[in-house]
Design a protein around this ligand. Structure first.
Ligand code: SAM
Ligand code: SF4
Ligand code: F3S
Length: 471
């Protein structure tokens, strides 16, 4: 991909700002104070996208509400990674017929990964006629223009062309108040793991310029954000498309030089591209959290081959052995899929055994969900879901035991945590995160929210640690 075709010219973004102004002026002329309800499904990338959409909405004059019935505009940012995620979105869209009936002027918009897929877009066009606007991730930067078209013509607008994808810098962002922030460093994915829809809906890999990322992180640190996560489907291929020799480790080293009191973390990493240089950099850089999310997907070499993952079980184990050698105490998490088409019970148990052998701090576990259009969806899949569920339960049992054991190891220790909000547990009202991103519920003053504090860990279970502030 030619980089000049990737970066959206400033003049085009200026034009979009013009549409924002038009929408704002339209509401001002009506003396209206419009409210938008933005609902987000899927991964952090989608959360980050929603924050940019909210930035554009804010520039159009919108305030925000959680309740669709109070909203002049409802926007649903969708996920297509598993069938369940899509069913939830269709359920939500079904419910929105009620709010639209109460308020026929309400605009309903659907964006995100599902909008970029052929059959859901068709389904929405034909069966969800109360939806006014549909646009895919590639069209996000054109949202003001698309929204203006809806208001101007009162016709339904669809912008779901299959494009390679672009980078638009300078779109405003409405972030959550607090200490956590997300920064996309790259977009898209080139890996085409055989089960995965993401490369089809998010376009080709493209990296933001390091200067743009550095400026954004510097701004966040100055604004008081203390837990910053760099996002990409495979951050380890960051820089491959840049005109100079610069990789993700270089980016981490440069960010680490930004002065301040903050942690920087990143997700996700692909084992085929994770290097010793990356782990050495993590070990050396004081701001980089000693936490690694390294999805393995399967512990069986035949299945890894079928998944097009391009590493073996042994290569993966070697990688984490090195990471743990240079970062003792590293917090390690992963994603795994059970029930890939044609997987046997013995092969699934290789994954369970790998999880047991590695001893992850936490694991994100999924039962395979066929995604139309992917290679794996064409494969014979003879094992009934009930059988897959049994294998899945065995994995959960092993991991729950493991997580509980890891957490029990913290008890009695004093750890530095970042207090990031309120917890729903009255006895432990403060919610916090360790450097490794483990959840801690703390007996402590809510006034500590936003600060790094030392906490003595007094208890634990599978999901969380419990502690009290040190005096
Ligand atoms: N790019 C990241 C990676 O490779 O780790 C994240 C990909 S996806 C957004 C998050 C996880 O969803 C994957 O790691 C995989 O375990 C799971 N996943 C993806 N496609 C799936 C499918 N068809 N069925 C079940 N799980 C799936
Ligand atoms: Fe999907 Fe694989 Fe890309 Fe991750 S690396 S988004 S699993 S294709
Ligand atoms: Fe879902 Fe798209 Fe993320 S498919 S997991 S929202 S990249």
């Amino acid at each position: 991909m030619n980089r000049e075709n990737v970066l959206i010219p400033q003049a085009d973004l200026e034009r979009q700002r013009g549409f924002q102004e038009k929408i704002r002026a339209m509401f001002e002329a009506r003396e209206a104070h419009p409210a938008a309800c933005v609902e987000t499904y899927g991964c952090q990338q989608n959360v980050a996208d929603s924050q940019r959409i909210m930035g554009m909405l804010s520039a159009c004059g919108f305030s925000f509400t959680q309740d669709p019935r109070d909203a002049d505009l409802v926007l649903v940012n969708t996920c297509a990674v598993r069938e369940h995620a899509e069913m939830r979105v269709f359920g939500k869209l079904g419910l929105l017929t009620h709010s639209k009936r109460e308020n026929p002027e309400q605009v309903i918009a659907v964006c995100g990964c599902m909008a970029q897929e052929e059959w859901p877009a068709k389904q929405i066009r034909e069966s969800y006629r109360h939806v006014d606007l549909v646009f895919g991730p590639q069209a996000l930067w054109k949202f003001p223009e698309l929204l203006w078209q809806v208001y101007d013509t009162r016709k339904r607008v669809f912008s779901v062309a299959d494009e390679h994808g672009t980078i638009a810098e300078g779109i405003p962002v409405v972030r959550d108040r607090g200490v956590k922030a997300w920064v996309s460093v790259m977009y898209g994915c080139n890996n085409f793991c055989s089960y995965c829809i993401v490369p089809y809906v998010r376009g080709r890999e493209r990296s933001r310029d390091p200067e743009a990322v550095l400026a954004e992180v510097r701004g966040l640190v100055e604004a008081g954000y203390k837990d910053i996560t760099l996002l990409g489907q495979n951050v380890n291929s960051y820089g491959k498309d840049l005109p100079r020799d610069y990789d993700f480790s270089d980016l981490l080293s440069d960010i680490d030089r930004i002065p301040g009191d903050y942690w920087i973390r990143f997700m996700s990493s692909h084992p085929k591209d994770a290097t010793k240089k990356l782990f050495d950099t993590m070990a050396r850089c004081g701001h980089v959290a000693k936490q690694l999310h390294l999805p393995v997907q399967s512990g069986n070499d035949r299945i890894l081959g079928e998944m097009n993952r391009r590493y073996t079980r042994d290569q993966y184990l070697e990688l984490i052995a090195y990471a743990r050698k240079v970062m003792p105490g590293l917090v390690l998490t992963s994603d795994v899929i059970i029930g890939f088409p044609g997987e046997t019970e013995a092969e699934a148990m290789d994954t369970v055994a790998l999880a047991e052998h590695v001893g992850y701090d936490a694991l994100f576990t999924f039962i395979y969900s066929p995604r139309p259009g992917t290679r794996a969806a064409e494969l014979p899949d003879p094992v009934p879901r009930e059988e897959k569920r049994k294998w899945f339960s065995r994995l959960l049992e092993v991991q729950d035991r493991q997580s509980a054991a890891v957490h029990a190891g913290y008890v009695g220790k004093t750890v530095r945590v970042l207090a990031d909000g309120e917890s729903e547990d009255k006895e432990f009202p403060l919610s916090a995160r360790t450097e490794g991103n483990r959840l801690v519920r703390v007996k402590g003053d809510l006034a500590l929210i936003g600060q790094f504090i030392d906490v003595k860990i007094t208890g634990s279970n599978t999901w969380a640690l419990y502690g009290e502030t040190e005096h």
